[in-house]
Design a protein around this ligand. Structure first.
Ligand code: NAI
Ligand code: COI
Ligand code: MG
Length: 346
């Protein structure tokens, strides 16, 4: 099976390298092709998502992605910025369902931003819509009648887009504890009012799922106050982006949260939820566990290798139990040493 390796920028290549080491221990069924993406691709080839990179992503059975983002590129025109590459991949491959599991490994209760007795309750999946919302709506700069510069990004969802992500939310809840919380801002936004109406309509098809609704501002607060109340959250692109970064810190570190971005079949792009972390890039300080856990999700969701996925997740837990700690977890181990710790268990 062919894996497209898209390491990207900053810490992306550092963490992807460790994930590949781990994959190679648990299976010999994978072959890899690497392609540039993001700022690295812009610098080498003049575009953040070159045609050959997109072609590889389309041809591959699954994609393992690091991160994109490069301060050198911040002033480029929007379509040339590194972040356009990940948005482009998500759209071109119709990866509309982003699963972001947030689970505290019990050994990390001390690393959580929450009190240990609260932190240990965290075990949820955030199902984030990934093809719509403000990231993909009409956007631009214009001048107001008063001569002021005005930026705008249109937020919109049609009911088909809501329905297909809500279905993933309901089915994810069915496969877990049967509890789904839909997060929106229906008290203010038309988009959210439609979102809520459609989710309620769909709930008739899922009588075994206990559905609740929450405004996103309250959800941000509840994630810190009482995260144990959540099992599956389904939400839009922007809210899911923000809430998952917050959930990661409740679960110990942003360096711990993996993700799967899926289409309606088996195709998937797998990446840590974090970015390219330019502040620590090149210093061996990045925690590779989010990417290693993303590789495990890839084995499970796209490649039909669930036992190998289990082995990786168990090895991460055991490495943590054995004291493996990168700086974000309060330790001193380097990126490669964290990879070594997982390999040693395997
Ligand atoms: N999917 C992607 O490729 C994403 C790309 N980005 C891009 O990444 C660049 C940096 O963005 P930021 O807002 O700084 O977010 P970030 O997630 O890269 O970093 C935020 C903070 O978390 C730390 N951090 C992140 N990952 C870590 C890891 N594995 N181990 C230890 N510490 C870690 C960083 O050092 C930084 O202090 C920007 O260009 C942004 O657009 C941001 C999020 C997602
Ligand atoms: C870099 C952005 C396009 C998205 C982001 O922050 C994310 O997907 O987590
Ligand atoms: Mg994000």
């Amino acid at each position: 099976m062919l894996i497209a390796l898209l390491p990207g920028d900053g810490i992306g290549p550092e963490v992807v390298e460790q994930a590949v080491r781990v994959l190679n221990v648990v299976t010999d069924k994978l072959t890899y092709e690497t392609a540039p993406v993001g700022g690295a691709a812009y610098k080498a080839q003049g575009h953040p998502l070159p045609a050959a990179t997109l072609d590889l992503a389309k041809r591959a059975d699954a994609i393992l992605f690091g991160a994109v983002g490069d301060p050198d590129c911040d002033k480029l025109e929007r379509h040339l910025r590194p972040e356009q590459a990940i948005l482009g991949l998500r759209k071109e491959l119709a990866l509309f369902a982003n699963l972001r599991p947030a689970k505290l490994f019990p050994e990390l209760a001390d690393a959580s931003a929450l009190r240990p007795e609260v932190a240990t309750q965290i075990d949820m999946v955030i199902v984030r819509e990934l093809n719509g919302d403000v990231y993909f709506g009409e956007k631009g700069m214009r001048t107001t009648a008063a001569g002021l510069r005005e930026g705008y990004d249109i937020m919109s969802y049609d009911e088909g887009e809501v329905r297909r992500i809500a279905r993933v939310g309901f089915e994810t809840a069915q496969a877990r504890n049967g509890k789904l919380c839909s997060v929106d801002k229906a008290n203010v936004l038309e988009t959210s009012q439609l979102w809520r109406d459609v989710v309620i309509e769909m709930s008739a098809d899922f009588p075994d799922v206990e559905l609740s609704h929450m405004y996103v501002d309250n959800c941000a607060m509840q994630l810190v106050r009482n995260p144990g109340q959540f099992d599956v959250i389904v939400t839009g692109n922007l809210f899911g982006d923000i809430l998952s970064d917050q959930a990661s810190m409740c679960a110990g570190s942003i360096g711990m949260l993996p993700s799967a971005s899926l289409d309606d079949k088996q195709k998937g792009l797998y990446e840590p939820i974090h970015g390219s972390a330019p502040d620590i890039a090149g210093h061996g300080k990045a925690n590779p566990l989010a990417t290693i856990l993303s590789a495990a999700m890839m084995l499970r969701y796209s490649l039909g290798l669930p036992d190998e996925a289990d082995r990786i997740e168990a090895a991460v837990a055991k490495a943590l139990a054995g004291g493996a700690r990168s700086p974000d977890l309060g330790g001193t181990m380097t990126t490669a040493q964290m990879g070594d710790a997982v390999l040693a268990v395997l």
